[in-house]
Design a binder for this molecule. Structure first.
Ligand code: CTP
Length: 409
């Protein structure tokens, strides 16, 4: 049996990037031999094993044939006769289809090294089409390596377009898609992920609500970039520049979906887009079974981001409603994330990237004022049940009125 390091570990070493996960391919072995050496099988009929000590993944060299639609439609053919070259040719990108032995001798039959130098994400062979998730993977790699100058090869983009138009993307499970989407959003240039998906027609299939934002104008006074799609991408880019967490990035991507519903005759204004967008945000959230914290923040940011921008003009009663909607007393972190998303929205506009955002501290101050209301004195006065709730609200409103007055001096 011969063992090679493959995939991302080889690619990232050649790029001079840190290697975290190592994947191995085993040529000339049977399942029985692997088990006899103490390897633990990963799944019942999947020829992948975990090393007894390192826990790293060792896969038997295999060829894959597609027998049906979607992820469930794979059959794996692994046998000691499958060569390294046969295994590598079924992989997604040439830069991911290189192998290395323990002497660091490179096996690179599909010219991955040449494409690394040319900064090209190029598919290895037509077998690329066997797994439609690769459309998302390529877009994710484009987002990750954009800073290094990588682009998608035109013939690969054409294949991605074919796959997107074939209806294959609809067969992806929400879990697999979300894993790619969430990883892509956490890259340095997440907007490139969206751009590449759009360029190959996959955005229209996966998130038509986001795709619809391109070509929709906004008022130039607030949005010098004008286009809503361009704005969304800039907001995402700002979120990455400011190292925001996934929750904030997801909310940034979806915050303006309502603008895609505005009738053309109302352009470039988008009356009540915050509210109109909620059903679209909900639909996207559900489509990918997005984690609860991301779902919640996206809906709250969708509904209230303009409140955030107008924070200094809000009446104390509106400010209180905003704080109550966020349940700032029990969920302080979520309110911080809302403020961050609003700030990214304000900065994700052409020429305004460096603007200050005094609304952020103002909102934090308002939250502190509302939280400072003590419940004990109200209990001592004998308030109970719903009356106690009303009394707390009154006191919070008083605190916010006082806060607004001191702030406006
Ligand atoms: N692979 C593939 N098609 C997929 C998934 C994986 O061809 N849909 C192959 C690629 O050769 C890839 C390797 O399996 O390099 C390992 O996959 P994975 O660990 O998911 O990705 P990495 O390339 O290691 O990238 P990352 O750094 O994102 O983990």
């Amino acid at each position: 049996m011969r063992i090679y390091k493959v995939g991302g570990a080889v690619r990232d070493r050649l790029l001079g990037k840190p290697v975290t996960d190592i994947d191995w391919v085993v040529v000339g072995a049977t399942t029985e031999e692997m088990l006899a050496k103490g390897f633990r099988p990963v799944g019942a009929d999947f020829p992948v094993f975990l090393h007894p000590k390192s826990g790293e993944e060792y896969a038997l060299a295999r060829t894959e044939r597609k027998s049906g639609r979607g992820y469930g439609g794979f059959t794996f053919h692994a046998s000691p006769e499958v060569t390294l070259e046969e295994d590598l040719i079924r992989r997604d990108l040439t830069i991911n289809a290189m192998a290395e032995d323990d002497q660091q001798n490179l096996t690179d039959p599909y010219h991955g090294q040449r494409d690394l130098e040319a900064r090209l994400l190029r598919h290895v062979s037509p077998a690329f089409a066997e797994d439609p998730l690769r459309v998302l993977r390529v877009a994710r790699f484009a987002a990750r390596y954009a800073t290094l100058g990588f682009t998608v090869a035109p013939e690969t983009l054409a294949l991605m377009r074919q796959l997107s138009e074939s209806g294959e993307l609809e067969a992806l499970t929400p879990e697999r898609s979300w894993k790619e989407i969430s990883r892509a959003l956490m890259e340095d240039q997440p907007q490139v992920f969206v751009e590449v998906l759009r360029a190959c027609g996959a955005l229209k299939v996966l998130m038509p609500e986001v795709d619809a934002l391109f070509g929709v104008p906004q008022p130039p006074a607030h949005h010098p970039e004008i286009d809503t799609g361009a704005h969304t991408l800039s907001v995402l880019q700002q979120a990455a520049l400011h190292k925001q967490p996934l929750t904030v990035r997801w909310a940034c991507l979806l915050h303006d979906l309502g603008k895609g519903l505005t009738p053309e005759e109302e352009w470039p204004r988008h009356i009540a887009h915050e509210f109109k967008g909620l059903k679209l945000i909900k639909a996207v959230n559900e489509r990918f079974k997005v984690p609860r914290d991301c779902q919640e923040l996206a809906l709250l940011v969708g509904e209230y981001h303009t409140h955030g921008h107008r924070a200094l003009e809000l009446k104390p009663s509106t400010l209180l409603e905003l704080l109550q909607s966020f349940d700032i007393y029990r969920r302080p972190q979520r309110f911080e994330e809302f403020i961050a998303a609003c700030e990214m929205d304000a900065r994700g506009r052409k020429g305004l990237e460096e603007r200050s955002y005094p609304q952020a501290d103002y909102l934090r101050g308002a939250a502190t004022a509302a939280r400072s209301v003590a419940v004990q004195p109200l209990l001592e006065k004998g308030f109970k049940g719903p009356e106690l709730g009303e009394a707390i609200k009154r006191e919070r409103l008083k605190a916010l009125k006082a806060y607004k007055e001191t702030e406006s001096i």
